[in-house]
Design a protein around this ligand. Structure first.
Ligand code: PRP
Ligand code: URA
Length: 210
């Protein structure tokens, strides 16, 4: 892939749930439910080009030609907030593997700091779907894709909910081969690296730690 792909969902369900997710009155229980549902809708769009192979199944009435997924998919949530996107997608694709990457942003430099990575020696999946609801400066997503590429992952996609233009630009410059699947691209980052209007701190809203 030579050109970066940036897909911003226009699905009415995504738009509807996104407004609820952003609302400052939405409590952590509702926030978790909405994020889980949004993740499924965005993953549905992000997996539209997964490869399949033909299979024959026997129905009560005879034989039918069907398809089964040919590619092994790995979900790669970026801790913490990416965890909120795992459960729904995992239910949709129960055979996916889940590989956690722990990063937090240094509050002063906004640079990602890695604190958890237990990837096995060589890749066990064909497609990695990186999960993080927020793409702000892009530092965390870029670092995660760096880790996955060093690991040997050949096909990587990013699924997020809200991005800043700065994060989209950084990801598409550094990793133009990684398609971005998003719910929205917002106006800007503020002086402390938060997406405006965004939804605030996704990890805090998800885990009730704000
Ligand atoms: C948030 C968010 C992303 C990152 C995005 O995580 O969940 O991982 O910031 O910002 P960036 O694009 O500028 O890197 P945070 O570092 O706050 O950690 P947390 O999820 O543990 O709260
Ligand atoms: N991380 C968040 O959780 N929210 C932002 O707006 C930016 C980074």
């Amino acid at each position: 892939m030579s050109m970066s792909e940036v897909h911003v969902s226009t699905h009415p369900l995504v738009l509807h749930k996104l407004a609820l997710l952003r609302d400052h009155r939405t409590d952590p229980k509702m926030f978790r439910e909405l994020l889980r549902e949004m993740a499924v809708l965005i993953a549905y769009e992000a997996t539209a080009d997964l490869k399949t192979q033909k299979v024959t199944v026997t129905t009560p009435m005879g034989e039918a030609t069907g398809h089964r997924l040919r590619e092994r998919v790995g979900l790669v949530p970026i801790l913490r907030a990416g965890l909120g996107m795992v459960e729904g997608i995992w239910n949709l694709m129960p055979n996916t593997e889940v590989w956690h990457i722990g990063l937090f942003r240094d509050e002063k430099t906004l640079e990602p700091v890695e604190y958890y990575n237990r990837l096995p020696v060589s890749p066990t999946v064909d497609v990695c779907l990186v999960l993080d609801p927020m793409l702000a400066t892009g530092g965390s997503a870029v670092a995660t894709v760096d880790i996955l590429k060093r690991w040997g992952a050949s096909r990587i996609k990013f699924a997020g909910v809200i991005a800043a233009p700065e994060g989209v630009q950084r990801m598409t410059e550094v990793h133009p081969d990684v398609p971005l699947h998003l719910g929205a691209v917002d106006e800007c980052l503020n002086e402390v690296g938060y997406i405006v209007p965004g939804l605030g701190d996704a990890g805090d809203r998800l885990f009730g730690t704000g």
